[in-house]
Ligand binder design. Sequence first.
Ligand code: ATP
Length: 351
Amino acid sequence: MSRLLEIQHASKAFHSPEGGTITALNDVSLSLSSAEFLTLLGPSGCGKTTLLRAISGFEPLDKGQIFIDGQQVTDWPAHRRPVNTVFQRYALFPHLTVGGNVAYALEISGKAKAEIRARVGDMLGLVGLSGLEGRSIAQLSGGQQQRVALARALVARPKLLLLDEPLSALDKNLRRQMQLELKRLQAELKIGFIFVTHDQDEALTMSDRIAVLAQGRIQQLGTPETLYRQPVNRFTAEFLGESNLLTVKMGAGAALLADGQRLPATGSGQGTLMIRPEMLGTAHVENGLRFTGTLKERIYTGTSNLLLVETAGFGTLQALLRADAPVGEPGSQVTLYAGVDDLHIIPEVAP
Ligand code: ATP
C-alpha cells in the first residue's frame, strides 16, 4: 500500500537580501502513513513553513521529490494537489457569511446546491458551529473564526491537511480547547495532518509523531515518548522539555562522570548524560547516581516543587519533585538520586 505522503531528499535554498544563500531545507526525507498526526517542530527560521509550502505546491524544490498517495506531484501546481492548508491568519473572506466561506470551494468546483448545503451543514456540525451559517465573519470570536477556517479547509475532503501555526493567535485556554478539538477531528476524519508549531507542549500533547527541525534538517523523527526519553542529540534534548545535560567519557562498558561515578554504557569517546528534572528525587536509590549540593531555590508550581541545586562538579541541577515531597529550606544541603533506568546517554556525533 502506498503511503499518503513521501518526501525524498527535499532541498531548498533562497537568496538572502545581503547576497548570500539561506538553506531552508537540507536533504529532508519523511513519510506519512494515512491518518497520522505529524508535527513539524523547531525554532524560528528552521524551515517548517518552507516544507509545508513545498508539500502544498507553493514553493518549488531545488532538489528532491514529493509523492502524495503514490503519485509523484513534485511538479504539480498547488490547485491539483489533494492538500489544503490552514494558516495562522485565517484568511477568511470577510464579505461572505460563515456558510459562504465554507461553501466557497464546493461552489467553484460546480457541486449541486443541495450537496453543498448538506456538506457545509455537516462540516459546521463537526467543528461545533451548527446554526451559524448566516453569521458574518466579523461577528465571530477568534476561536470561532479558526473553526470556520478549519471547516473551509476540510469541506473539500483533502487527503492531507497542512496546518501552519493555526493556534498561535488564540489565548491560552482557547488554544488548549482547540488542541483537543483538532486531535478529535483528525481521528474522526481519518486524514493526515501535518501541523507546524514552535510550541513544544503543543507538539508533545497532540502528535502521533514529531519531526524536530533545525537549520533545514530533520534532527529526529519519532513518537513524542521516543523524542522525550531518547533524544539523539543535545539540540532535541534541549528543545523538547527541560533537561540536565552532563558531559561523560565513555569506554570499557561504562560512562564516567566528572566526579568519578560510573554508569553501564556502550560506545566510546565523549557523550552527554541527560537527566530530566522529574527523574531526580530526594529518596535514596540503590542502583543509580547521586548528586550532593546546596539548595539555591525552590519554585512551587502547585503540583510540584522545582529545586535548583548548586553542585560542585556539575553546576546547577534542576529537580522536579511532587509538591508533597519533603524539601529543606534554601541554603540547606540536598542529595538528589536518579535511577539508572531513567537516564539516557547521547553519544557525541561527529559534525
Ligand atoms: P517561523 O517559525 O519563524 O515561521 P520557519 O521554521 O517556518 O520559521 P521558514 O519560513 O521555512 O522557517 O524559513 C526558513 C529560512 O528560509 C529562514 O531563514 C527564512 O528567512 C528563509 N526564507 C523563507 N522564505 C524565503 C524567501 N522567500 N526569500 C528568502 N528567504 C526566505
